[in-house]
Structures are given as structure tokens and as C-alpha cells.
Design a protein around this ligand. Structure first.
Ligand code: 6PG
Length: 259
């Protein structure tokens, strides 16, 4: 059982007037984080999210010259926050959709792209392989090692993020960075980063857009602690940044400044 933090970490909540403004702001924040990481450590390590919302960020990064050219692609190391248990050419593949929307359109270095092998018959095997990749590519020496410079996350209407769904076993994992997770409501296996991995990132950035996410965002930002019923609120990077970026439609239910 994950207990409530003594004091929720200071969150950065950035609201945009509409979704184009949200993805403009997200693209410039991403470039800022990336360039700072490269200047400090010589590379930028980022875990991309699946889902439709982050795809709109990737499309902007690929199509908007300013956003694209601000990113240090040659020094960027790309990972995924989760993957469906499907081959990379399947329409549901997070790697496949990310490749089409972004990787095929920007100068990433192929040897610096680390996907989850969703095509393997056994999701546990895929998770173990990915865990090995993370340890070698990120240079994880021990449990205190930082994971990524940035984890980009979406917010499901049910409060899931990555493939950490309410009440699923992956929420209990406190040591491994990647696990297979059976999601009963989808009747499907997923491979996902664990909270151990996400909360060791230097920054986690949620992208939330649209009125349909307003109730869930209201639960996360302004509601009582719900723990495993609301996995997104378990993202609390240890001495890292927690950035919530939302458009006005998604933020409609927020009461940020209590009268
Ligand atoms: C996935 C994502 C998932 C996603 C949320 C929100 O594999 O689908 O990792 O966590 O971010 O479901 O998805 P939308 O942004 O499409 O609403």
C-alpha cells in the first residue's frame, strides 16, 4: 500500500489557453530541459509516453522548424514509458506511433533509441530485456541512481499513467525499473516503467488536454489522496521536478487558489 507523502512535492502547474498553446509550451519546456541536460551531462535521456495527447507534441516537434531545431537530437537518448504487448508495426504500438510521428522525421541517432520488445511472446521477457537495456544505457549503478532526465507522461481518464493502471500489480514494484503488468480491464499485458523508475527521474512532465480529462485532473491536483486508485498522483519524483501542463479545457475543474 502506497502511503500519502508527508507533503505533496511542490508541483509546477502550467496552464495554456488551448491545446495548440499547450503543445507550444511543452515543446519549448522539453527543449529547455534537453539543452540543460546536454550542457551539464553531455546527453539528454527521455522516456516518451504513448497515447494520443503526447503524439500531438511529437507532431509539433517534427513539423515546427523552431521546435525541431531547438532540440539537441544528436545527444538525445530515447526510451519509452510503456508499451503494449504488440509488434512495433501494430497500430497500437507506442514505439510504432512514435516512430511515425517523430523518430522518422528528426535526426535521432538509431543507436540511442531503446524500444520495448512488445513483439516477444512473453511480456515478462520483454520487461526483463528492457530492464537490462535501462541499466546499461542509463548506467544505473544502484537503487539511488537517477533514471531519466525527463519522463513524459499522459493521464488516463481512470487516473492511470504509463501502463500503471489503478489496482494493478505494477504499482507494488519498488525495485525494478520495468515490469510486465496484466491489465484486467483491457484484458491485456503491458510493459511499463515502474514508480521506482519514474520517481528517480530528474523531471516528470504530464501533458493533459481536453474537457474529458478535467474530472481526473481535478482529482489529482485538488482532490484528497487516493493512492493506488489514482496512480498518476503516485508520481512524485524524489528531488526532481513534477510538471503538470494542461490546457484550459482540462483545467476547468481546478481550484488552484483557494479563496
Ligand atoms: C499509453 C500511454 C497512456 C496514456 C494515457 C492517456 O500507452 O496509452 O502510456 O498512459 O498516456 O492513456 O492517453 P491519451 O493522452 O490518449 O488520453
Amino acid at each position: 500500500m502506497v502511503s500519502a507523502p508527508a507533503q505533496p512535492r511542490i508541483r509546477e502547474i502550467r496552464l495554456a489557453a488551448d491545446s495548440p498553446a499547450l503543445f507550444r509550451a511543452a515543446a519549448s519546456e522539453l527543449a529547455r530541459i534537453a539543452r540543460k541536460a546536454v550542457s551539464l551531462r553531455g546527453r539528454f535521456t527521455v522516456a516518451l509516453s504513448g497515447g494520443a495527447t503526447p503524439l500531438r507534441l511529437y507532431a509539433r516537434l517534427a513539423s515546427d522548424a523552431e521546435s525541431r531545431d531547438l532540440m539537441p537530437w544528436r545527444d538525445t537518448w530515447l526510451f519509452w514509458g510503456d508499451e503494449r504487448h504488440v509488434p512495433p508495426d501494430h497500430p497500437d504500438s507506442n514505439y510504432g506511433t512514435g516512430y511515425k510521428a517523430l523518430l522518422s522525421r528528426v535526426p535521432v541517432v538509431e543507436a540511442q533509441v531503446f524500444r520495448i520488445l512488445g513483439e516477444l511472446p512473453d511480456a515478462n521477457e520483454a520487461a526483463m530485456r528492457y530492464e537490462g537495456l535501462l541499466h546499461s544505457a542509463l548506467g544505473l549503478a544502484d537503487e539511488r541512481s537517477r533514471s531519466f532526465d525527463l519522463v513524459i507522461l499522459g493521464l488516463g481518464a481512470d487516473g492511470h499513467t504509463a501502463s500503471l493502471f489503478p489496482g494493478t500489480a505494477a504499482l507494488q514494484e519498488s525495485r525494478r525499473f520495468a515490469v510486465a503488468n496484466w491489465v484486467e480491464k483491457l484484458h491485456a499485458w503491458r510493459v511499463t516503467l515502474t514508480l521506482a523508475a519514474i520517481n528517480r527521474a530528474r523531471a516528470a512532465m504530464f501533458l493533459v488536454s481536453g474537457a474529458e480529462k478535467a474530472p481526473t485532473l481535478g482529482r489529482v491536483i485538488g482532490g484528497p489522496w487516493e493512492g493506488e486508485a489514482l496512480p498518476a498522483e503516485l508520481v512524485q519524483p524524489h528531488d526532481g521536478r513534477l510538471i503538470w501542463m494542461a490546457d484550459a479545457q482540462a483545467a476547468a475543474g481546478l481550484r488552484l487558489f483557494r479563496p
